[in-house]
Design a protein around this ligand. Structure first.
Ligand code: SF4
Length: 52
């Protein structure tokens, strides 16, 4: 997975589809609508980033 910042962020959750594709989900989406559920990757800047 190459999602940029998300790959080292504690708010990332990796989702695997039935077909084996992997998606980077942002858990901040649940509490803050400014963050898309599936951000366009690679994410290079994010105000919500927190290192895992
Ligand atoms: S908070 Fe930002 S860096 Fe972290 S998972 Fe969400 S979009 Fe990615």
């Amino acid at each position: 997975m190459r999602s940029g910042l998300c790959d080292s962020c504690k708010h990332q959750k990796l989702i695997r589809s039935g077909r084996g594709s992997e998606f980077s989900m942002c858990l901040r989406h649940k509490t803050d609508e400014r963050f898309p559920k599936y951000p366009r990757v690679p994410v290079e800047r994010c105000p919500g980033y927190e290192r895992r």
